[in-house]
Write a protein that binds this ligand. Structure first.
Ligand SMILES: *[C@@H]1O[C@H](CO)[C@@H](O)[C@H](O)[C@H]1NC(C)=O
Length: 330
């Protein structure tokens, strides 16, 4: 039994490695091809989740599995804060299985999981979450600091947002952050990342450009806007006509529209513990806000996109759709 188990894990790792063939590599950004053999791309988005099933993480997971059966997602995106309170202690931390493998067990969720790091993940051993060894425990897992998934219909740019936020460096309080790989040259790390992102966005041939990060750009929730990202990241997204910015960090689901561009902001941070009653409903551009648990589905073709928020019971909270013309009328 043990040998068979190891063999399966080994084969899973080989398969995962095969799928992840890196086609290009910028200083901070790897581009990974993930072709979708269909004329639509479908994925689920969940954030701020790893609590060993508690705070309704298991209930949200159950509904993701149920809705996933209808949606048949190509993959799942995690917007970070994968393991509370302090990330993983190492690659052998049982929290990896207790909060991930043993929770998202539904058949429909046995797809690649593309994960970014949140600020809580930076309080643990960051390298552990990035270590491909984790794919021997659960072949679905893929976490890198910043990377690109080229799914043809859409290109998805995952950005490591935690190192942008000054207060984690200047006022860490009682928390310790693992800045290996970031310090001592934080400025260089951030400027390389932004330069690579700008270049990769300019090169992108996809109809839809989606950027995913943990921190908010715009939020009516407790954390509000992340000023460092508004200053440094947002101009690049606008200049390159990014369609969607998807994040977590605030434990809720919300949609905010831009007033001066096509960019739409979606927060999916309701994977477990929710904060209720801490928000600003006068937020400019706010279209939808729900301060409870939930997750999001995204379905897109080359011309149309539909995003749906679900709550902890699997009820639809909100639907938003948009379309792009296939051909410009002459
Ligand atoms: C979990 O969800 C139930 C609804 O199923 C809700 O009544 C309860 O407050 C939630 N618990 C937590 C800890 O959020």
């Amino acid at each position: 039994m043990a040998a068979a188990g190891f063999f399966n894990r080994f084969m899973a790792l080989r398969t995962a490695t095969f799928v992840l063939c890196f086609v290009s590599m910028l200083a901070e950004l790897q581009r990974i091809d993930h072709s979708v053999n269909s004329d639509s791309l479908r994925f689920l988005v969940v954030g701020d989740w790893g609590r060993k099933g508690e705070y309704n993480q298991s209930k949200v997971a159950l509904q993701m599995g149920r809705i996933g059966e209808e949606v048949e997602p190509d993959f799942i995106i995690s917007t970070g804060d994968n393991f509370y309170e302090n990330g993983l202690t190492g690659v052998d931390d049982p929290a990896f299985e207790e909060s991930f493998s043993n929770i998202y067990t539904a058949k429909s969720l046995q797809k690649p999981w593309f994960n970014v790091l949140g600020n809580h993940d930076y309080r643990g051993d960051v390298e552990a979450q990035l270590n491909p060894i984790l794919r021997m425990i659960d072949h679905r897992w893929l976490c890198m600091r910043s990377f690109i998934i080229n799914a043809e219909i859409a290109e998805i740019f995952f950005v490591d947002t935690t190192p942008f936020v000054d207060k984690y460096f200047t006022h860490p309080g009682s928390h310790t952050y693992d800045w290996s790989g970031i310090l001592p040259s934080r400025e260089k790390y951030l400027s390389n990342l932004l330069k690579d992102l700008d270049l990769a966005l300019k090169e992108s041939k996809s109809k839809w450009k989606i950027v995913v990060g943990h921190h908010t750009l715009r939020s009516a929730g407790h954390h509000g806007d992340t000023k460092e990202l508004v200053k440094e990241l947002l101009p690049i997204l606008k200049a390159n006509e990014v369609d969607l910015y998807i994040n977590g960090h605030d434990h809720l689901v919300q949609h905010i529209s831009s007033l001066d561009s096509e960019l739409q902001y979606f927060t999916s941070g309701g994977g477990s513990k929710a904060w209720r009653g801490d928000y600003d409903l006068n937020k400019e551009g706010l279209k939808f806000f729900y301060d409870g648990q939930g997750f999001m589905t995204v379905e897109m073709t080359t011309t149309d996109a539909e995003l749906i928020f679900y709550d902890v019971f699997g009820n639809v909270l909100y639907k938003w759709s948009t379309s792009k013309q296939a051909y410009k009328a002459i």
